[in-house]
Design a protein around this ligand. Structure first.
Ligand code: SAM
Length: 273
Protein backbone atom coordinates (compact mmCIF):
# COMPACT_ATOMS: atom_id res chain seq x y z
CA UNK A 1 0.00 0.00 0.00
CA UNK A 2 1.14 3.53 -0.55
CA UNK A 3 -0.12 7.07 -0.82
CA UNK A 4 0.33 6.98 -4.59
CA UNK A 5 -2.30 9.28 -5.98
CA UNK A 6 -0.65 11.27 -8.74
CA UNK A 7 -0.37 10.25 -12.34
CA UNK A 8 2.98 11.79 -13.30
CA UNK A 9 5.97 9.44 -13.35
CA UNK A 10 8.18 9.43 -10.28
CA UNK A 11 11.20 10.69 -12.14
CA UNK A 12 9.23 13.50 -13.71
CA UNK A 13 7.70 14.40 -10.39
CA UNK A 14 10.96 14.32 -8.42
CA UNK A 15 12.65 16.70 -10.85
CA UNK A 16 9.70 19.03 -11.04
CA UNK A 17 9.21 19.28 -7.29
CA UNK A 18 12.89 19.97 -6.72
CA UNK A 19 12.92 22.75 -9.29
CA UNK A 20 9.77 24.31 -7.90
CA UNK A 21 11.07 24.57 -4.37
CA UNK A 22 14.57 25.54 -5.38
CA UNK A 23 13.24 28.45 -7.38
CA UNK A 24 10.88 29.62 -4.67
CA UNK A 25 12.90 28.86 -1.50
CA UNK A 26 13.93 32.43 -0.83
CA UNK A 27 10.48 33.85 -1.38
CA UNK A 28 8.70 30.87 0.15
CA UNK A 29 7.59 32.45 3.41
CA UNK A 30 6.41 35.68 1.78
CA UNK A 31 4.47 33.70 -0.81
CA UNK A 32 2.82 31.58 1.87
CA UNK A 33 1.57 34.66 3.67
CA UNK A 34 0.44 36.36 0.47
CA UNK A 35 -1.33 33.39 -1.03
CA UNK A 36 -3.11 32.22 2.10
CA UNK A 37 -3.69 35.76 3.40
CA UNK A 38 -1.78 34.68 6.49
CA UNK A 39 -4.18 31.83 7.27
CA UNK A 40 -1.49 29.15 6.91
CA UNK A 41 -0.17 30.40 10.27
CA UNK A 42 -3.45 29.56 11.97
CA UNK A 43 -3.59 26.13 10.30
CA UNK A 44 -0.07 25.37 11.52
CA UNK A 45 -0.94 26.58 15.04
CA UNK A 46 -3.94 24.25 14.98
CA UNK A 47 -1.72 21.34 13.98
CA UNK A 48 0.32 21.99 17.12
CA UNK A 49 -2.79 22.19 19.28
CA UNK A 50 -3.92 18.89 17.90
CA UNK A 51 -0.50 17.35 18.43
CA UNK A 52 -0.26 18.69 22.00
CA UNK A 53 3.32 17.43 22.39
CA UNK A 54 4.53 16.69 25.89
CA UNK A 55 8.04 17.54 27.08
CA UNK A 56 10.41 14.83 25.88
CA UNK A 57 8.65 14.33 22.53
CA UNK A 58 10.89 13.35 19.60
CA UNK A 59 9.36 14.87 16.47
CA UNK A 60 10.27 14.28 12.86
CA UNK A 61 8.92 17.00 10.55
CA UNK A 62 9.17 15.69 7.01
CA UNK A 63 9.16 18.11 4.07
CA UNK A 64 9.75 20.60 6.86
CA UNK A 65 10.98 23.33 4.51
CA UNK A 66 11.83 26.53 6.33
CA UNK A 67 10.93 25.23 9.77
CA UNK A 68 7.45 26.60 10.48
CA UNK A 69 6.25 23.45 12.23
CA UNK A 70 9.55 22.93 14.05
CA UNK A 71 9.59 26.44 15.52
CA UNK A 72 6.00 26.13 16.66
CA UNK A 73 6.83 22.78 18.24
CA UNK A 74 9.77 24.26 20.16
CA UNK A 75 7.65 27.16 21.40
CA UNK A 76 4.90 24.82 22.45
CA UNK A 77 7.01 22.34 24.42
CA UNK A 78 9.06 25.13 25.94
CA UNK A 79 6.03 26.93 27.28
CA UNK A 80 4.51 23.66 28.52
CA UNK A 81 7.71 22.58 30.22
CA UNK A 82 8.42 25.96 31.75
CA UNK A 83 4.88 26.33 33.02
CA UNK A 84 5.18 23.00 34.80
CA UNK A 85 8.63 23.76 36.20
CA UNK A 86 7.60 27.21 37.36
CA UNK A 87 4.57 25.81 39.16
CA UNK A 88 6.81 23.23 40.88
CA UNK A 89 9.38 25.86 41.81
CA UNK A 90 6.74 28.11 43.26
CA UNK A 91 5.23 25.27 45.25
CA UNK A 92 8.57 23.93 46.54
CA UNK A 93 10.51 27.11 47.20
CA UNK A 94 7.72 29.54 47.80
CA UNK A 95 9.18 32.03 45.28
CA UNK A 96 7.22 34.95 43.85
CA UNK A 97 6.40 34.97 40.11
CA UNK A 98 8.93 37.85 39.69
CA UNK A 99 11.69 35.77 41.26
CA UNK A 100 10.77 32.81 39.08
CA UNK A 101 10.83 34.96 35.94
CA UNK A 102 14.41 36.03 36.81
CA UNK A 103 15.45 32.38 37.18
CA UNK A 104 14.29 31.71 33.66
CA UNK A 105 15.88 34.66 31.91
CA UNK A 106 19.02 32.74 31.07
CA UNK A 107 17.46 29.37 30.65
CA UNK A 108 19.29 27.63 27.81
CA UNK A 109 17.55 24.39 27.28
CA UNK A 110 14.05 24.49 28.62
CA UNK A 111 12.64 21.84 26.35
CA UNK A 112 12.54 18.96 28.80
CA UNK A 113 14.41 16.72 26.36
CA UNK A 114 12.14 17.40 23.38
CA UNK A 115 13.73 17.47 20.00
CA UNK A 116 12.67 18.11 16.44
CA UNK A 117 14.38 16.97 13.28
CA UNK A 118 13.44 18.89 10.14
CA UNK A 119 13.94 16.73 7.06
CA UNK A 120 13.62 18.13 3.56
CA UNK A 121 14.85 17.14 0.12
CA UNK A 122 15.80 20.68 -0.82
CA UNK A 123 18.91 22.21 0.66
CA UNK A 124 17.82 25.73 -0.29
CA UNK A 125 14.71 25.41 1.83
CA UNK A 126 16.79 24.10 4.74
CA UNK A 127 19.26 26.95 4.30
CA UNK A 128 16.47 29.52 4.61
CA UNK A 129 15.15 27.60 7.64
CA UNK A 130 18.54 27.61 9.35
CA UNK A 131 18.90 31.35 8.79
CA UNK A 132 15.45 31.89 10.29
CA UNK A 133 16.37 29.73 13.30
CA UNK A 134 19.49 31.80 13.90
CA UNK A 135 17.65 35.09 13.53
CA UNK A 136 14.83 34.02 15.82
CA UNK A 137 17.05 32.42 18.47
CA UNK A 138 16.17 28.74 18.05
CA UNK A 139 19.17 26.54 18.80
CA UNK A 140 18.54 23.77 21.29
CA UNK A 141 16.57 20.70 20.32
CA UNK A 142 16.66 21.38 16.59
CA UNK A 143 18.38 19.51 13.76
CA UNK A 144 18.22 19.93 9.96
CA UNK A 145 18.62 16.89 7.77
CA UNK A 146 18.71 16.72 4.00
CA UNK A 147 16.69 13.68 3.01
CA UNK A 148 13.97 12.16 0.91
CA UNK A 149 10.60 11.39 2.49
CA UNK A 150 10.52 8.19 0.47
CA UNK A 151 13.84 6.97 1.86
CA UNK A 152 14.29 8.58 5.23
CA UNK A 153 17.83 8.53 6.62
CA UNK A 154 16.68 7.37 10.09
CA UNK A 155 16.52 4.11 12.03
CA UNK A 156 13.29 2.24 12.68
CA UNK A 157 11.09 3.10 15.68
CA UNK A 158 12.85 6.38 16.39
CA UNK A 159 10.23 9.12 16.66
CA UNK A 160 7.14 9.77 18.76
CA UNK A 161 5.47 11.93 16.14
CA UNK A 162 5.84 12.28 12.38
CA UNK A 163 4.43 15.45 10.81
CA UNK A 164 4.17 16.46 7.21
CA UNK A 165 2.63 19.85 6.38
CA UNK A 166 1.87 20.72 2.77
CA UNK A 167 4.40 18.15 1.68
CA UNK A 168 2.59 14.88 1.13
CA UNK A 169 1.21 15.97 -2.24
CA UNK A 170 4.73 15.87 -3.64
CA UNK A 171 5.60 12.43 -2.38
CA UNK A 172 4.60 9.14 -3.98
CA UNK A 173 5.58 6.49 -1.47
CA UNK A 174 5.80 7.70 2.07
CA UNK A 175 3.62 5.31 3.99
CA UNK A 176 6.16 2.60 4.78
CA UNK A 177 8.66 5.24 5.75
CA UNK A 178 6.34 7.14 8.07
CA UNK A 179 5.33 3.87 9.68
CA UNK A 180 8.88 2.56 9.88
CA UNK A 181 10.47 5.52 11.66
CA UNK A 182 7.67 5.92 14.22
CA UNK A 183 7.90 4.14 17.56
CA UNK A 184 5.03 1.78 18.35
CA UNK A 185 2.33 4.07 19.74
CA UNK A 186 3.72 6.93 17.64
CA UNK A 187 1.49 9.34 15.80
CA UNK A 188 1.29 10.38 12.15
CA UNK A 189 -0.08 13.88 11.53
CA UNK A 190 -0.59 15.41 8.14
CA UNK A 191 -1.71 18.95 7.31
CA UNK A 192 -2.65 19.20 3.65
CA UNK A 193 -4.99 20.89 1.22
CA UNK A 194 -8.21 18.97 0.91
CA UNK A 195 -11.67 19.14 -0.60
CA UNK A 196 -13.85 22.18 0.01
CA UNK A 197 -17.25 21.18 1.38
CA UNK A 198 -19.18 24.43 0.92
CA UNK A 199 -20.45 25.28 -2.61
CA UNK A 200 -20.07 29.05 -2.27
CA UNK A 201 -16.58 28.85 -0.78
CA UNK A 202 -15.74 26.30 -3.48
CA UNK A 203 -16.62 28.79 -6.28
CA UNK A 204 -14.60 31.57 -4.67
CA UNK A 205 -11.72 29.21 -3.97
CA UNK A 206 -11.62 28.06 -7.61
CA UNK A 207 -11.57 31.62 -8.82
CA UNK A 208 -8.84 32.56 -6.41
CA UNK A 209 -6.72 29.47 -7.13
CA UNK A 210 -6.84 29.60 -10.90
CA UNK A 211 -7.00 33.36 -11.47
CA UNK A 212 -5.06 34.90 -8.61
CA UNK A 213 -2.39 32.45 -7.45
CA UNK A 214 -0.45 32.11 -10.72
CA UNK A 215 -0.50 35.92 -11.06
CA UNK A 216 0.90 36.31 -7.53
CA UNK A 217 3.52 33.68 -8.41
CA UNK A 218 4.56 35.66 -11.45
CA UNK A 219 4.60 39.04 -9.70
CA UNK A 220 6.36 38.00 -6.49
CA UNK A 221 8.52 35.06 -7.52
CA UNK A 222 8.66 35.64 -11.29
CA UNK A 223 7.37 32.12 -11.70
CA UNK A 224 3.89 31.56 -13.16
CA UNK A 225 4.48 27.90 -13.97
CA UNK A 226 5.46 26.76 -10.48
CA UNK A 227 2.32 28.24 -9.03
CA UNK A 228 0.15 26.79 -11.72
CA UNK A 229 1.67 23.41 -10.88
CA UNK A 230 0.93 24.08 -7.23
CA UNK A 231 -2.76 24.73 -7.89
CA UNK A 232 -3.02 21.65 -10.10
CA UNK A 233 -1.34 19.39 -7.56
CA UNK A 234 -3.74 20.65 -4.89
CA UNK A 235 -6.70 19.70 -7.09
CA UNK A 236 -5.36 16.21 -7.74
CA UNK A 237 -5.11 15.44 -4.05
CA UNK A 238 -7.72 12.99 -2.72
CA UNK A 239 -10.68 13.97 -0.56
CA UNK A 240 -10.64 13.75 3.23
CA UNK A 241 -12.29 10.30 3.24
CA UNK A 242 -10.14 8.90 0.43
CA UNK A 243 -7.00 10.07 2.14
CA UNK A 244 -8.18 8.59 5.44
CA UNK A 245 -8.56 5.20 3.68
CA UNK A 246 -5.05 5.49 2.27
CA UNK A 247 -3.60 6.14 5.71
CA UNK A 248 -5.46 3.12 7.06
CA UNK A 249 -4.23 1.00 4.15
CA UNK A 250 -0.73 2.06 5.10
CA UNK A 251 -1.17 0.33 8.45
CA UNK A 252 -2.13 3.20 10.73
CA UNK A 253 -4.88 2.84 13.32
CA UNK A 254 -7.51 5.13 14.83
CA UNK A 255 -7.32 7.35 11.76
CA UNK A 256 -9.33 10.56 12.06
CA UNK A 257 -9.40 13.90 10.29
CA UNK A 258 -10.58 17.42 10.85
CA UNK A 259 -11.44 19.80 8.03
CA UNK A 260 -10.40 23.42 8.54
CA UNK A 261 -11.68 26.52 6.74
CA UNK A 262 -14.52 24.68 4.96
CA UNK A 263 -12.18 21.87 3.94
CA UNK A 264 -9.59 24.03 2.17
CA UNK A 265 -7.19 22.07 4.35
CA UNK A 266 -7.51 19.05 6.62
CA UNK A 267 -5.47 17.52 9.41
CA UNK A 268 -5.31 13.72 9.33
CA UNK A 269 -4.09 11.74 12.30
CA UNK A 270 -3.24 8.06 12.76
CA UNK A 271 -1.34 5.86 15.17
CA UNK A 272 1.21 3.09 14.74
CA UNK A 273 0.21 0.39 17.17
N1 SAM B 1 6.26 22.01 5.76
C1 SAM B 1 6.67 23.33 5.33
C2 SAM B 1 5.56 24.31 5.58
O1 SAM B 1 4.46 23.88 5.89
O2 SAM B 1 5.80 25.53 5.47
C3 SAM B 1 7.09 23.35 3.85
C4 SAM B 1 6.04 22.91 2.88
S1 SAM B 1 6.51 23.13 1.21
C5 SAM B 1 4.97 23.46 0.46
C6 SAM B 1 6.87 21.52 0.64
C7 SAM B 1 8.26 21.03 1.00
O3 SAM B 1 8.36 19.66 0.63
C8 SAM B 1 9.40 21.73 0.28
O4 SAM B 1 10.29 22.25 1.21
C9 SAM B 1 10.05 20.63 -0.56
O5 SAM B 1 11.44 20.78 -0.71
C10 SAM B 1 9.70 19.41 0.25
N2 SAM B 1 9.73 18.13 -0.46
C11 SAM B 1 9.23 17.84 -1.68
N3 SAM B 1 9.45 16.56 -1.99
C12 SAM B 1 10.08 16.00 -0.93
C13 SAM B 1 10.59 14.70 -0.63
N4 SAM B 1 10.47 13.70 -1.49
N5 SAM B 1 11.20 14.50 0.54
C14 SAM B 1 11.33 15.49 1.45
N6 SAM B 1 10.89 16.75 1.23
C15 SAM B 1 10.28 16.99 0.06
Amino acid sequence: THFGFETVSEEEKGGKVYQVFESVAKKYDVMNDMMSLGIHRVWKDLLLWKMHPLPGTQLLDVAGGTGDIAFRFLNYVQSQHQRKQKRQLRAQQNLSWEEIAKEYQNEEDSLGGSRVVVCDINKEMLKVGKQKALAQGYRAGLAWVLGDAEELPFDDDKFDIYTIAFGIRNVTHIDQEAHRVLKPGGRFLCLEFSQVNNPLISRLYDLYSFQVIPVLGEVIAGDWKSYQYLVESIRRFPSQEEFKDMIEDAGFHKVTYESLTSGIVAIHSGFKL
